[in-house]
Design a protein around this ligand. Sequence first.
Ligand code: ADP
Length: 497
Amino acid sequence: MKILLASSEVVPFAKTGGLADVAGALPRALEKLGHEVTVFMPAYESISKSEFNVEPTGIELRIPIGHEIQSGQLLRSQLPDSNISVYLIEHAHYFGRSGLYGENGNDYLDNCERFTFFSRGVLESLRSLGSSPDLIHVNDWQTGLIPALIKCELSEHPLFREMASVITVHNLAYQGLFDYEKMAVTGLDPKYFNWQQMEFYQKLNLLKTGLVFSDAISTVSPTYAKEIQGAEQGCGLEGVLKNRAHRLTGILNGIDGDEWNPNTDQFLPVNFNSQFDLRSGNAGKAKCKHELQIESKLEPNPNVPLIGIVGRLASQKGWSLILPVLRQWLESVEAQWVILGTGDPDYHHVLSTLHRSYPTKLALTLGFSNEYAHRIEAGSDMFVMPSQYEPCGLNQMYSMAYGTIPIVRHTGGLADTVINVSPETLENKTATGFSFEDFSVGALDNAITRAVRMYYENRPTWNQLIQTGMNRDWSWNASAKRYEELYRKAILHHSLG
Ligand code: ADP
């Protein structure tokens, strides 16, 4: 199959979250299955042209945005260590900024214009290149307009007539909502602004647009695919999703084994793998813990539990539970915490205050550091992720691949990946972590207590959890095959009209 993947962020070019990891890894896994994949993304200012060998194609894109014509350039690079072309759409004003979607916690006011330009730019590029993929895979609201443009404007065009589309929802909470006036920016006929297509309570909704017009829909875990059809997690789109449930699939993300493999990871002080004696423990991992404690200015004590957290400081990630539990634990329990994250200034403030009060127990980095994230995953004993909702979640998978025991809330992809410790799962050696149902401080506290108790009291069983998690196949291989199936279905649905 010829597949085009359009995404607003792609590793290693630009990343704010899990979407970028998926957009960087899935194309390689599809290529291994024999498919021809190209990737499209915006040419953000932060992308170094020399580092990524970004070159001009000589193609100029002239795109109508409302009543104006905006011009941009089509650039070309490659996904490292692959034959996959990455086309980057450049526009000095729209993408020549320091943020991807906004700055200082505020979205850019012209995001509708920026991502309409990008979405139309992808299709215009295909015209210029004379290229006609069998399927366009779009991701989240930023590219949600593409399926609508194909269906509403290009369905008679020989290049686009047979092109199927799939949209993947990485996080339903971000929908690309804009005032009605922005409908003119999209250039689509105002007749599509109705509650069954592009409208959401008098607003333009670009994610809904993608859900309505694509040939198939996926999201990033089977549990999340079910959850988003209900009012609690449907973010107002549960009706649309229920309506299209026959086209909706959940496919778990894999992890990129070139980047996240403790046996080859360049960012670690030593490499290690799952081959170790359950009685004596994993010496490589113990060394990573020691070095992490030193790097994080914590006492290098091998016997105290080291609890890691990496992630966005957003309410989704369960900070309203973490902060009270953290305070309690810092006050009364001999455990070390290492936290890396950035986001909501309120959380920054509370964490900084706690850090000042307990500098020997809490290491805090308010920022983004991929390398340090790798070392936290490798050196921690436990990783806490009590998300309110979690479409898939990558960090819990990185944790298990690195022998770090996840403590998670049983929701979305966390429910699909972490096997809770219970008498049965210990007996059949499938347990990989600790999970809890209730979104409450007490339930999180209880789960961490269970974990710490096992850590102190039953090290061979603890080491068994480590080994089981490390031995699981977290690669993209199985998921890429499921995407392949989904693409075939979408092409079939498209051909049947
Ligand atoms: P989400 O996409 O909701 O943010 P995921 O767990 O799916 O959550 O993916 C988050 C990704 O971003 C992971 O690769 C994680 O390591 C990374 N990440 C998040 N915050 C930071 C940070 N402050 N520094 C380094 N990496 C981070």
